[in-house]
Unconditional design. Structure first.
Length: 228
């Protein structure tokens, strides 16, 4: 008998299932792969999904419906950038076909804490809240910090330490939510910082696999436990 496996029981009430989703391919991904300097272009302000990105969103939506996952999700948290809101609504949002099929789609909430690395690059600056509301009227923007994007700085790029601290705040807030099965639609580097934080107690092999780079429109699921 193998006695080396580490198995621990935890009360279900102290656990959450979190599904981490990176946005579909966006135009700044396309342009940045050709020339990194393009990421400084104002033409990529709050970059939208590329045609491939929209296709990726449609494919993930099909997978989420087919697996029955949509019926279990209680809340979707999304970055307020255009590409993530397109992804969140495109995968988990309510459509006429959902309503016809009797599917109750989860609430989608925009949260500043899970937005992309801030500063310098126009592609990481968000639109005014009123414009976002007009584009996505079914998304809840009550958690937003204000109409304008006062968090983005044209001269300074957010540090790794600042991003890690912000993801810590996000996860602390997440534990205050009553929902047990939650989706976070965010950006690759931010999702990695969440997993770095959660994976501190894992074996190195598990941590390496858990924290690898996210593909566009990848969904990665974890169970997290409040050990306090």
């Amino acid at each position: 008998m193998n006695t080396t496996a580490a198995q621990f029981p935890y009360p279900w009430q102290r656990c959450k299932i979190v599904h981490l989703v990176r946005h579909g391919q966006a135009m700044h991904n396309v342009e940045g792969d050709i020339n990194r300097e393009a990421l400084l272009s104002p033409h990529l302000f709050d970059a939208e999904l590329s045609p491939l990105g929209r296709h990726q969103v449609g494919k993930l939506r099909e997978d989420v419906h087919a697996s029955g996952l949509l019926k279990r999700i209680e809340l979707v948290i999304t970055s307020p950038l255009y590409r993530t809101m397109q992804t969140a609504f495109g995968v988990f949002g309510s459509t006429e076909s959902n309503e016809d099929a009797g599917v109750n789609c989860p609430k989608i909430m925009a949260v500043e804490l899970c937005r992309d690395r801030m500063g310098v690059r126009p592609c990481d600056m968000r639109r005014r809240v009123s414009e976002c509301q007009a584009l996505f009227p079914s998304i809840d923007f009550s958690m937003m910090d204000g109409e304008e994007d006062n968090m983005w700085n044209p001269d300074f790029r957010e540090s790794e330490e600042e991003m890690a601290a912000r993801m810590g705040l996000l996860m602390n807030w997440l534990w205050t939510r009553p929902e047990q099965e939650i989706v976070i639609v965010s950006h690759g580097i931010m999702l990695q910082h969440i997993l770095y934080r959660l994976g501190n107690d894992c074996h190195q092999s598990v941590r390496t696999a858990l924290c690898k780079r996210f593909d566009n429109c990848e969904l990665r699921s974890v169970v997290i436990v409040d050990k306090r």
